[in-house]
Ligand binder design. Structure first.
Ligand SMILES: Cc1ncc(COP(=O)(O)O)c(C=O)c1O
Length: 471
């Protein structure tokens, strides 16, 4: 591609992105694509000869874009709503152009040092002390695997050479993200050695049951290895009692990992700092800037107070990767299985500098306020109920009708393309999840989507009534 062709295409792409952001509410958040439809619409073989960039871009707009669920849309309210903000997008563009690989300090010194700087900034914003060493991974799922690998190294350093003996146990709650259990399976702990601890009436791990499980395992000759506690669980965003869990971890000498992938960002807000009570005592902690810190996917941060253990768990010297600076620098490749690493620190740096701590706090506070507003609207309605506490920006609620009705309600709302919600099941009840977190979501979005939910429910009831009469 000639440089002038690139320049012109880059401007056109930038214009399209600006137009998308400006008119985002005119686009349906969900797609009507049917399974297999895009595959059928595209050629079976890649082109033999190159095609003009204008044609590729036009096909993106006409064929690929309409096939997408728009995650970066203010009415994307499913799972955990996330944002790629404009400064994050710009940094991604630069990062793509430079194609820097942050595997070693030597492989691009500034990328490694910028990562150290932005993770120290974030650590300060979160009120964590200097003993926490940070590293960026792609996702929390990989981060928890590295954390459990470090826990294994902490409890049984010989497992590194000998392999697992099948006696190490991992403790998660019934609502811990499945990535923790998957990691334990992948690392060879054996699924039979994963304990799923029961929940209290607010969907939080029960410390008394955790202690009982550990005692039972000790009596059976097992070695408790790692506890995973959540600050913002996936289903309901529950904050587990980390201080009490930390007491247990310390008493039994077990590694404590805190999964704050979604909720952790809220600790930047001074009045929310309490959510990190006890987290200072954890051995490791995950927080995803790509969930609720206005940085585009992917970007997940692991902090640990024991970086040497994390390093021992993964490090393997290789002649081709030796450098003269090895003793005085951080080589992030030593802290995980991954060698090649994207230059993710750049987008954190752009976002943190563009908004500043105050700007980030303002955005987080607004999402927290909107969640309380929605909670109030639901509580004021006689047809719906809020079914879990709302400590962050996720509201779990349901129509007072049965599961089947709530399932159909969700389907109908999502089919309109005007909003995208997701679901969970709590105590056997089908529940709708309304997650707020996109940087463009505003009060009008919340009120209009709430009206849409009410109207859709009434239509379903009316349709059922006329079907009964007709029947
Ligand atoms: C609490 C929690 N932990 C971990 C994850 C996994 O995150 P990732 O997609 O970064 O692997 C999620 C995903 O939603 C989550 O909610």
């Amino acid at each position: 591609m000639e440089i002038e062709e690139f320049r012109s295409a880059a401007y056109k792409h930038a214009d399209w992105i600006a137009g998308y952001l400006e008119h985002v509410r005119e686009y349906p958040v969900t797609t009507s694509l049917q399974p297999g439809e895009l595959i059928a619409a595209l050629p079976e073989n890649a082109p033999e000869t190159g095609e003009p960039i204008e044609q590729i871009f036009a096909d993106f707009q006409s064929t690929i874009f309409p096939a997408l669920t728009l995650w970066n849309h203010p009415r994307f309210l499913a799972y955990f709503s996330v944002s790629s903000t404009p400064p994050s997008m710009l940094a991604e563009f630069l990062s793509a152009a430079l194609n820097v690989n942050a595997m070693l300090w030597k492989s691009s010194p500034g990328a490694t040092e910028l990562e150290q700087v932005v993770l120290a900034w974030l650590r300060q914003w979160l009120g964590l002390d200097e003993s926490f060493f940070g590293i960026i991974y792609d996702t929390a799922s990989i981060g928890v695997m590295q954390a459990i690998g470090a826990a294994r190294e902490f409890i049984d350093p010989e497992a590194r050479t000998r392999g697992m003996r099948g006696d190490l146990t991992v403790y998660v709650s019934e609502h811990t993200h499945s990535a923790a259990e998957k990691s334990a399976i992948t690392l060879g702990f054996g699924q039979e050695n994963v304990r799923r601890i029961g929940l209290d009436d607010q969907f939080r791990m029960r410390p008394d049951l955790l202690r009982e499980a550990i005692e039972r395992d000790l009596a059976a000759g097992k070695r408790p290895c790692c506890i995973v506690a959540s600050v913002g669980s996936t289903s309901t965003s529950a904050i587990e009692p980390v201080s009490e869990i930390a007491d247990i971890a310390e008493q039994y000498g077990v590694w404590l990992h805190v999964d704050a992938a979604y909720g952790g960002s809220a600790a930047v807000v001074p009045e929310m700092r309490h959510i990190f009570d006890g987290v200072q005592r954890a051995h490791s902690l995950i927080l995803n800037p790509h969930k609720w810190l206005y940085v585009g996917i992917d970007c997940s941060v692991l902090y640990t107070r024991l970086p040497d253990v994390l390093r021992r768990a993964s490090r393997l010297g290789s002649e081709v990767l030796k450098t003269a600076e090895d003793d005085v620098v951080v080589n992030f490749m030593d802290y995980g299985v991954q060698l090649g690493r994207r230059f993710r620190a750049l987008k954190m740096w752009y976002v943190f500098r563009y908004y500043g701590r105050q700007g980030i706090i303002t955005m987080l506070r607004e999402a927290l306020r909107l969640a309380q507003l929605l909670k109030g609207l639901i509580e004021a309605s006689s047809d719906f109920e809020v079914v879990a506490p709302v400590p962050f920006s996720l509201v779990c609620f349901r129509h007072r009708s049965d599961n089947e009705f709530n399932q159909r309600l969700l389907q109908e709302i999502n089919r309109t393309g005007k909003a995208f919600l997701s679901h969970t099941v709590l105590n056997g009840r089908f529940v709708l999840r309304f997650a707020i977190g996109n940087f463009q979501t505003n009060e009008a979005d919340i009120r209009e989507v709430w009206q849409l939910i009410g109207k859709t429910a009434q239509q379903l009831i009316a349709a059922e009534a006329s079907a009964t009469v007709a029947g």
